[in-house]
Design a protein. Structure first.
Lengths: 261, 382
């Protein structure tokens, strides 16, 4: 799953995720419609847009927590909702996800949190799991915090611990829901660097939901912009290009923080 | 991240160590991947084998068919940590760039020192126990005091309590609890009747089953069983609601808005329970009698006999003692539930603990209060 061949040569299947004509609703309320875009392998892909436009909802659709009202999302060519239970399990094994509020299990220590996916999907021995947890925690800068409970560490550390759990199985696809929400600029920048470093050394594709401009420009290689007013995607492309060349004023203003680009 | 060619992954992972002038040359051969983890040399084995060479420098090299993932990284990371502790030079520059980068990231932050839990002696344990008991009592009395202050403010009409909340909680703990209270009360009445009739039959005094059931329900079981149900149903709900509000920082928000959480959150809940419990208690008394009568009529005591015996056996005093008990119980349940909720920790696990504590405390309070009230009634000859 990891390793040397991250540059992997020309892969026949270059789109890891394909969003096709997707419409999302909560009950009768329309969130977004006519979403159409691919996410290419190896990208750090940002889903951006104003608050409440449905970014996180789109992420929840991608990871199979919610079903699109119309259209389909193909991950590695497979639609999660029509896949067999075995296929679904195999798909989930390849995903690492961090949630907006961390999603760490509060009654487990950090090491036990990381052990959960390992116990679920591998035949690792107890010692192996302990060692892997220690390594993953060190990777996110939390060496020695194995026996701490989530409530005993700061918010930034919780975010990093959640990242450690997400990469426990060396997933090919990493999803982040607002990774920098609630973090100070330096912690947020450190987390961004960590995401880039981990992606560079282990390969894989990263999908991030965020509205932090600093993050967007620092790490995104491609992006999609969801608009809350027209309830559809306004633009697709690398954020730096969109900043200057987007046809939509909303997108340019968003990326320039309201100022004239 | 795509695995190399598939046949590679079947190569067994092995390593060789060559010592050369203080340098251990370690060659990693084959597929060091999680998929073949059972076949991978363990980290301890790896470290011990290399350590046996007593070198001051470990140099890792990729051997034939070398492939890696986190399983390999875990081992290298532990080797690196071992080397750092033993002042051994650690060199992986010959391994793939990804490994080097990850190891740099992983060792960038110094590990937090693990604090060994200090050994606790027996005396210290007793002292800790006494301290937590004291804290428990102080917390309880403090909370009761806060509630009394809030009640005083309420009487002078200065308390921050919304009437709407009060009615909402009345609805929650009154009408919606009728079903379960009815079921339990009928069954308890039946149990009392069975128990009594078996004993009384020996003296040919079966007709006194009515007295036993009536007195038992009205003075004791009606109030107590309703209270136990409400402790499990409403007390737990209060603790869970307030605990979740604590975890969401809603309690902090209320406090910083200058509103007393005790007035705003505890008062409506407690008053609702106090308003509803006496009614539920009387309801349970009546249904308990119905249950008793059902059993008694099956045992040669006619329904009219049962009713007339029941009427002479209880007076207004008996009903009043039961109802008074239920008011005391209502206050105790509300205090146990709300205190556990407000003093809950801020995680989902803590909310669970708060709920448990609410129910356990409530039931302990109930039984103690019941015993105390019975002694009091006895002394007062009520």
């Amino acid at each position: 799953m990891t390793n040397s061949s991250s540059d992997g040569g020309a892969n026949a299947e270059t789109n890891v995720i394909d969003v096709r004509d997707v419409t999302m609703r909560y009950g009768d309320r329309l969130i977004q419609s006519n979403l159409n875009f691919p996410i290419r392998r190896g990208d750090i892909f940002v889903i951006m847009g104003g608050s409440g436009c449905g970014k996180s909802t789109l992420l929840k659709h991608m990871i199979g927590l919610q079903q699109p009202a119309a259209g389909e999302i193909l991950v590695e060519g497979k639609n999660f909702f029509t896949a067999t239970p075995e296929q679904q399990l195999a798909m989930r094994r390849n995903w690492g996800i961090t949630y907006q509020l961390g999603g760490l299990f509060s009654d487990l220590t950090l090491a036990e949190n990381i052990a959960v996916p390992l116990q679920q999907y591998t035949q690792f021995s107890v010692a192996e799991i302990r060692d892997t947890a220690a390594y993953k925690l060190a990777l996110v800068g939390l060496a020695g915090f194995d026996d701490f409970y989530p409530a005993e560490i700061s918010g930034g550390m919780q975010k990093r611990a959640a990242l450690a759990r997400a990469i426990a199985l060396d997933p090919e696809l990493l999803f982040f829901d607002e990774p920098s929400a609630g973090l100070d600029p330096l912690s947020s920048q450190r987390l961004d660097e960590l995401i880039v470093q981990i992606r560079e050394s282990m390969g894989g594709t990263v999908v991030i939901v965020t509205h932090e401009l600093a993050s967007i420009f620092a790490i995104a290689t491609n992006s999609v912009f969801l608009d809350a007013d027209s309830k559809t995607q306004l633009d697709y492309g690398p954020p730096r290009e969109l900043l200057h060349n987007s046809e939509h004023e909303v997108v340019r203003r968003f990326l320039a923080r309201g100022e004239k680009p | 991240m795509q695995s190399g060619s598939a046949n590679n992954s079947t190569t067994e992972a092995t390593f060789s160590v060559r010592a050369n002038a203080g340098t251990a040359l370690i060659e990693l051969i084959g597929s060091w991947r999680a998929a073949s983890v059972s076949a991978l040399p363990s980290a301890t084995h790896l470290i011990e084998t290399i350590d046996a060479e007593k070198c001051t420098r470990w140099e890792f090299q990729p051997g034939a068919d070398f492939a890696w993932d986190s399983a390999c990284m875990t081992r290298l990371f532990l080797c690196a940590r071992h080397c750092e502790q033993q002042n051994i030079e650690f060199d992986v520059s010959a391994l793939p760039a990804g490994i080097n980068k990850l190891l740099t990231v992983a060792s960038a932050v110094k590990p937090q020192d693990k604090q060994d839990a200090a050994r606790i002696g027996v005396l210290q344990r007793i002292r800790n126990g006494a301290r937590s008991l004291k804290k428990y009592v102080v917390d309880f009395l403090g909370f009761v005091g806060a509630v009394i202050l809030a009640l005083i403010k309420l009487c002078s009409n200065r308390a921050n309590m919304r009437a709407r909340d009060f009615f909402y909680f009345v609805e929650q703990c009154g009408p919606q609890a009728l079903g379960i209270v009815a079921l339990i009360a009928v069954l308890v009445g039946m149990i009392l009747a069975y128990l009594g009739s078996v004993q009384l039959r020996q003296f040919g005094a079966e007709v006194y089953v009515a007295n036993l059931v009536t007195l038992g329900m009205v003075r004791e079981m009606g109030a107590l069983m309703t209270a136990v149900i409400m402790a499990g149903r409403t007390g737990a709900a209060y603790a869970a609601q307030l605990g979740t509000m604590q975890a969401n920082e809603e309690i902090d928000a209320i406090t910083t808005l200058g509103i007393s959480p005790v007035e705003y959150l505890v008062l409506p809940r407690m008053l609702a329970l106090v308003a509803v419990m006496p009614l539920l208690c009387i309801f349970a008394d009546v249904l308990g009698l119905v249950g008793g009568a059902l059993v008694a009529t099956g045992m040669d005591v006619s329904f009219t006999q049962f009713i007339s015996q029941a009427r002479v056996s209880v007076g207004f005093d008996d009903i009043a003692t039961g109802v008074f008990k239920s008011i005391v119980f209502a206050i105790l349940i509300a205090i146990a539930g709300c205190q556990a909720g407000l003093q809950s920790g801020r995680s989902s696990a803590a909310v669970g603990q708060a709920t448990t504590r609410a129910v356990v405390n409530a039931i302990v309070y109930l039984v103690i209060a019941d015993a105390a009230l019975n002694i009091l009634y006895d002394k007062l000859q009520l």
